[in-house]
Design a protein around this ligand. Sequence first.
Ligand code: AMP
Length: 291
Amino acid sequence: MRLCPDPEQARLWCGEARRSGLGFVPTMGALHAGHLALVRRSVGDNADTCVSIFVNPLQFDDPRDLERYPRDLEGDARLLRDAGCSMVFTGTLAQFFPEYGAHERIPARDPGPWAQGLEGNRRPGHFAGVATIVARLFEIVRPDRAYFGEKDYQQTRVVADLARELGYPEVIVCPTEREGDGLALSSRNVRLTESGRQRARAVPRALALAKAAWGAGERSASALRRLIVAELEGAGMEVEYAEVRDTSFGLAARSEPLEQGRALVAVRVGDVRLIDNLALDGPWPESLPKP
Ligand code: AMP
């Protein structure tokens, strides 16, 4: 596995690899089994797979969150090598956007309609930051396929719109990897205290309850939402949002009774922010315990 410490080297490497089929997994590092599932899927689909590790300041609305974001480049490189990754690259903001001086503002890309609501409301500028860096990463790598996790559902829709605009790559969305008790894997989980980790189990439990209610015929977004909020607040969590949306209409539009349903939540457990979501109308994921 090649390690490229700057984006220009990565661009050169990708120029060669692209001829035989190139998969790309963008990450912010502190890798866990969720990231590695994306890498393995790409390794299976493509002759070569490259991964970026970059904690992108443009997408952090909270400077403390950026500062505390876990980092472990050496450990990450080992995991990626074992997963069959061909090249990993990193860089600084200045290296990714060399056309702007140190004191210039990097212009943000319009992230499109899926950036509105939910995460977009709670984290102003977040998706503009995501779209800006992902567009630049795509330009550097020019992958045939790019892999994203369903865990960040709204992000997958923002990125799918971006790829449609650029005309490449094919965006492949992979299922959320979970711990045995259903908690979605996240780089931020390492910051949970022992009691916070116990309380965090209420997130997958709340989603599972909503899915079970959907299975029993409940189609009211507000009734499903009430179930979720009761479970989260019962566990002593601060609920930033909990919504059930018919995502076939986009995030803003609603229809009742719901024809399709996706529950999306963001909570705070102490000072750790967790997000998760679940298709209520799909098959029951193996990784999610039934209530
Ligand atoms: P991040 O490093 O948090 O920016 O995540 C990089 C990629 O990994 C994104 O596409 C995420 O959606 C994906 N990802 C994060 N957590 C999980 C998970 N538990 N299961 C599957 N994919 C994930």
